[in-house]
Design a protein. Structure first.
Length: 458
């Protein structure tokens, strides 16, 4: 915006006559002067007057540059929208999430093989990187789901059926592979009873997971978060209309309750207080609790903005148009990025304090200082493992996701929706190949030691 200059006039002063000027007689025309001399004097007088006018011009001072007023979000319209729009769409976030998930599963398979062949173990830096990939995967999936909801490219009904159906199929697939193929194979190879073979397999899987339970069904998390957004953001059209919509909104407590129960079951299992049955494992959530809290805050953030927009005179239809603006997309991305950084930092602090508290509870008393030091280290590592298994501290990786979200815009949509179906299919196919190849490599690496290795988990 160009700077506006305002002329500030200097104070005017009345001409003051000097004594010489007052006493001097008025000049009379001299007839002896020629016309040329008179013309020269006239020109000199005009030049003098111009010089005086130039010197007496009003003072001009540049006015300070005014800041452009930042519009309130409810004042944004397509006419005053901003141009910036992040280059990443929900599809790119999903692709990145699937790639990170595949890398995390490769790390699990290599860890499995390293149990019988230490030469294939990943170096520590690579193991840490692959574990980080697994923790960064879920936030990207959830924010991509948010984008689909906001841009309206998929309805709530479609998403709930997709994620709910995938969670059921994935859970049943795990139970079939566990009961028929893995337990059945151990029973047939080593002549064990099915129950005994199942216990051996379960202990082996828990050991592989680094704790006393295994959570893997990411579609449960996606379904619960979509269900939460559905109860808080969807506008019923036939049922639960009028005042009954408050009852509909109250159903949001159901996915929250499910998350809380799943979290406490994982804590009890990780601490060794309970042993979870196999059929419960596909029902457990996989994301850290802080990630769910972030999703909950984002949902309330969007709902409160809609309420404020309506109070300022906007309609529901106008709000839907407002959601398509680049300005709102940028504010959503910047708010989400800042929230991820704060949540990641808080989660790390909670992990530190809870680990110290649990270490004191596990350490107890010791007879000597040496025994006390050894017991403290063992208790600290055990407490840290419990926190890791429950997902406390895993949200620290949200800090790494924040810069990616600044490049994200939920307003970017794709006309061809076939890729949204092909990408998950290809990813699931790659995961199946990774699991089968990993199992084959494990059996080959174990060789004759397979029976002794598995029976060690009795």
């Amino acid at each position: 915006m160009p700077e506006e200059e305002k002329a500030i006039e200097c104070p005017e002063t009345e001409p003051v006559e000097t004594a010489d000027e007052a006493s001097a007689p008025e000049e009379q025309d001299d007839p002896a002067r020629t016309e040329g001399e008179v013309a020269e004097e006239t020109e000199e007088t005009e030049e003098t007057e111009k010089t005086e006018e130039t010197e007496e011009q009003p003072c001009v001072r540049p006015e300070k540059k005014k800041r452009k007023k930042r519009l309130k979000f409810y004042e944004i319209t397509p006419e005053n929208d901003i141009r910036y729009r992040g280059p990443l769409s929900y599809r790119y976030l999903r692709i990145a999430a699937w790639l990170l998930f595949i890398l995390a599963q490769i790390e699990c398979v290599i860890t499995l093989i390293s149990k019988v062949d230490a030469t294939v173990a990943l170096p520590v830096p690579f193991g840490t990187i692959f574990e980080t990939c697994g923790n960064m995967m879920m936030p990207l999936f959830l924010i991509a789901t948010f984008a689909i909801i906001l841009n309206g490219s998929r309805s709530f009904k479609h998403l709930l059926l997709l994620y709910g159906g995938a969670a059921i199929v994935f859970g049943f697939a795990f139970l079939i592979v566990h009961e028929r193929y893995l337990t059945g194979s151990i029973t047939a190879l080593f002549g064990l009873e099915p129950e005994e073979a199942g216990k051996i397999l379960d202990k082996f899987l828990m050991n592989l997971a680094g704790g006393r339970f295994l959570s893997f069904n990411i579609f449960v998390d996606l379904f619960l978060c979509t269900l939460l957004a559905f109860f808080l953001m969807y506008r019923p059209k036939k049922v639960f209309v009028g005042k009954w919509h408050y009852l509909f909104r109250s159903f949001a407590i159901l996915p929250i309750f499910y998350e809380v129960v799943s979290f406490f079951l994982k804590i009890l299992a990780a601490a060794g207080f309970v042993t979870l049955p196999v059929f419960v494992l596909p029902l457990l959530t996989t994301k850290p609790p802080m990630t769910f809290i972030v999703f909950l805050i984002l949902t309330f953030f969007l709902k409160s903005r809609e309420r404020i927009y309506r109070k300022k005179g906007g309609t529901h239809e106008q709000y839907q148009e407002f959601l398509k603006t680049n300005a709102n997309s940028w504010r959503f991305s910047s708010f989400t990025a800042g929230l991820l950084v704060i949540a990641g930092f808080i989660d790390l602090v909670i992990q530190l304090f809870m680990t110290i508290f649990l270490t004191g509870a596990l350490a107890g008393d010791a007879a000597t200082v040496e025994e006390n030091s050894k017991l403290f280290v063992e208790s600290f590592l055990s407490a840290l493992n419990v926190m890791r298994q429950c997902g406390i501290g895993a949200s620290g990786y949200l800090i790494l996701v924040a810069p990616i979200i600044l490049l994200f815009s939920y307003t970017r949509v794709h006309k061809d929706k076939r890729a949204d179906i092909i990408i998950p299919g290809v990813a699931v196919g790659l995961l199946a190949v990774i699991y089968l190849e990993g199992l084959y490599r494990f059996i080959v690496a174990a060789g004759e030691r397979l029976e002794a290795f598995l029976t060690s988990f009795q």
